[in-house]
Design a protein around this ligand. Structure first.
Ligand SMILES: [Zn+2]
Length: 125
């Protein structure tokens, strides 16, 4: 079943997808938040309660969490960059899951080795 090295097929797919994403795609580690807003123009419908739909991106800048307004012209870009981040994150989780299974196997092996020694000592000649 294994074609190359130590990785399963699904892990290899996730790794190469992730590598491709981080290699040449812009991404933003944030989440998008829809909101309703008032534009402030006098006599606009929003002053009568018909608010404008808007989009913000919540993300960390340095150590601080920020909510940054996304102008309409950049909405598609923001959505794409955030979705690239989300996909990269999913790939990371998939790889982590595969590694975790390997880790558990290693743990079982290590435990087995130790308990064998314990048994040997316990039984003793
Ligand atoms: Zn308005």
């Amino acid at each position: 079943m294994r074609h190359r090295g130590q990785f399963s097929r699904s892990e290899r797919v996730a790794r190469s997808r992730l590598a491709k994403l981080v290699h040449d795609q812009p991404l933003l580690c944030g989440s998008l938040v829809s909101l309703k807003r008032v534009c402030g123009k006098e006599g606009c419908k929003c002053s009568r309660g018909e608010l404008h739909p808007g989009l913000c991106i919540a993300l960390r800048v340095g150590q601080k969490r920020k909510m940054i307004y996304v102008p309409q012209a950049l909405e598609a870009t923001a959505r794409r960059w955030v979705s690239t981040y989300q996909e990269a994150w999913r790939m990371m989780e998939e790889i982590s899951q595969a590694c975790f299974e390997r880790f558990l196997k290693g743990k079982e092996k290590a435990r087995g080795t130790r308990s064998d020694k314990t048994t040997e000592r316990g039984k003793g000649p």
